[in-house]
Design a protein around this ligand. Sequence first.
Ligand SMILES: Cc1ncc(COP(=O)(O)O)c(C=O)c1O
Length: 388
Amino acid sequence: MKIELSDKLKSFKPFLFEELYRKERAERAKGKDIISLAVGDPDIPTDRRIVSDAAKELKNGRNHRYPNTKGNENLRKEISAWHKRRHGLAFHPNDEVSVLIGSKEGIAHLPFTVMNPGDYCLVPDPTYPTYRTGVVLSGGRIHDVALEEKNGFLPDLGKIPRKVVARTKLFFLNYPNNPTGAGATLDFYRDLVKWARKNSVIIAQDAAYCEIYFGKPAPSLLEVPGARDVAVEFYSSSKTYCMAGWRVGWVVGNSKLVCALNQLKENIDSGPFNAIQNAVAYALKNHEKIVPPIRAHFKRRADSFCAALHESGWKFPDPKGSCFVWARPPAKRDSLDAIMFMLEKASILAAPGSGFGRCGEGYVRFSLTEPDAKLAEAARRIKALNWQ
Ligand SMILES: Cc1ncc(COP(=O)(O)O)c(C=O)c1O
């Protein structure tokens, strides 16, 4: 029998990062000493105190049973307590907090809870690709919203066509931003919430990098009065605690949306392993001891890598947060040309800006998630490149 895959599946391009992993493997197979700065997968090991806590939880038989889809009470309470300390916001652990199998999972599922065929979802351009997934699968339409350097990579809400706004259900945003490294201010969030309430648009703000900030602490959109009427925010243990492989994220905010997402997920998954959920609860409880050194580490990396790029003639605003540098090469090149040139001449693999959307053309994204010595070697190789 010839297995015919669905039209929806066929409409998906391979996930950008999978393509980059393939390219890296192929170059290594040729014997090249490749430094890959293409994917944002933190190299810093999870804090040993979290690992010890997880080892203890692993031995507890109570954790071996099915978890609860929306997350166990221990973790939901710790999430709630952390948001109170960090943002001064009280989320009820029962209906304003839900645990996810990584924030990617919740981001991909959210559109199914609100989008009907033909509805629009606004997606930033450049973007983290998963914002598009659920929209495509739920039959929604995507309107790309340009993030331009001249606007600090914030969207210009006035430029979104009125006809699109009238049919828009959902708007994905992400600050501190992947891929641009831009940050958002509370003033921007105030304008956004006002606009969203006026136009009945749901905001899904992805705060995966909220703890990797290099100046003032990144604000939460939900700090804006009235934001909870229209918004949810996604959080992740992956970058905050360098726990990418453990697969735990969460969503907070509007209870109708949080409960709807949970209702959908009850029909799909059963949540992450309880031992791991409890280890994330431990991380949240000890956040103030664990996170500052991680943040300082990424800041040191960003400072020295950006200095090397500036010296070599790259053009870019320094990142306000995240673990990425988003920059234009010293000579005008298409993104793909630029990364192929670096791969060939310097054995460095970076991510092409065009892979994140049309507005990413001309940019290259460097991820600072490799060990310091490798980043220093990459900086040395980049400085030695002749772009003329
Ligand atoms: C902007 C953004 N959001 C969400 C995620 C997914 O994170 P998680 O590991 O929580 O699924 C990533 C991962 O790279 C990301 O870059």
